[in-house]
Design a protein around this ligand. Sequence first.
Ligand code: UDP
Length: 324
Amino acid sequence: MKIFVTGGAGYIGSHVVKALGERGHDVLVYDDLSTGNEWAVLHGRMMAASLADKATLSGVMKEFMPDAVMHFAASIVVHESVAYPVKYYLNNTACTLNLIEAMLDARVGRLIFSSTAAVYGIASSPVPESAPLAPINPYGTSKMMNEIILRDTSAAYDNLFRYVSLRYFNVAGADEKGRIGQAYRNPTHLITRALKTAKGELDRLDIYGTDYPTPDGTCIRDYIHVEDLAHAHVLALDYLSGGGESTVLNCGYGHGFSVRRVIAEAKKVTGIDFKVAECGRREGDPPELVAANEKIISVLGWVPSHDDLEYIIRTAWEWERKLR
Ligand code: UDP
């Protein structure tokens, strides 16, 4: 199949492009390289262009005429979204509208969308897809708005337009062969920051809050290996191609680890007793965010292969050591 992948040069997108390549799909990556890297595209062709450029987008869509679109391109830093909400509503909400419009114009009707657990805000875990959407920052709101737009578009054009929205929990880890992984300039994620501290790039790792109502006082998250997430995209593609209805699916393992537990595992995997400091809470962090994952298992037949914190951290560490 021909697959058009926005943001395919980024962390998650590049792992999905690799998985699509392994299955023999014809991939065209469309990425403005604002945070992605051309070297991360291991398969297919890459075009450096922006989703804000409607004329280019529409032209490429009509020329390539994909069987499906996967949409990863987005701004994803929560605290930045609080400071610069307009950037997030433009890059995430408005650019997704441009993409949907270009798809409808070209009569391309299958979309796999990167959503996020941030649409739930402060929810009780494990959180099902049916939980109310109550994002607590512009990043989550920009993705929630996308989901509403997708729902309404699918309802209006059901014969043509169907989508799967995948709500990612905490994605981590890297390619087993160490070819691709996270390469953000200013990473904010716990596992990446822990490993950069082990590597000596950061002086110390701050724990944001030790007074949460959890067994060890630190926040609990559902960490999912990026390869398992990539596999969910491949299955979502098969599902839509097989005539599946539009749907929304959580992507997580259904259990979580505290910040302290992740740090202990990172110290074990790296063999380095890096410096850790206990700090105040980071604004907008829910105490616990764990996926209810029965729906993705039953709808897609998804079976995780890497539900193992040690493996997640080890692959991330092997990648991190290669990064300059
Ligand atoms: N966290 C932390 N120190 C860091 C980065 C993150 O204590 O340097 C905590 C953060 O407060 C949250 C958890 O680790 O409770 C996961 O944060 P991350 O940014 O990785 O993902 P999020 O759940 O915010 O999407």
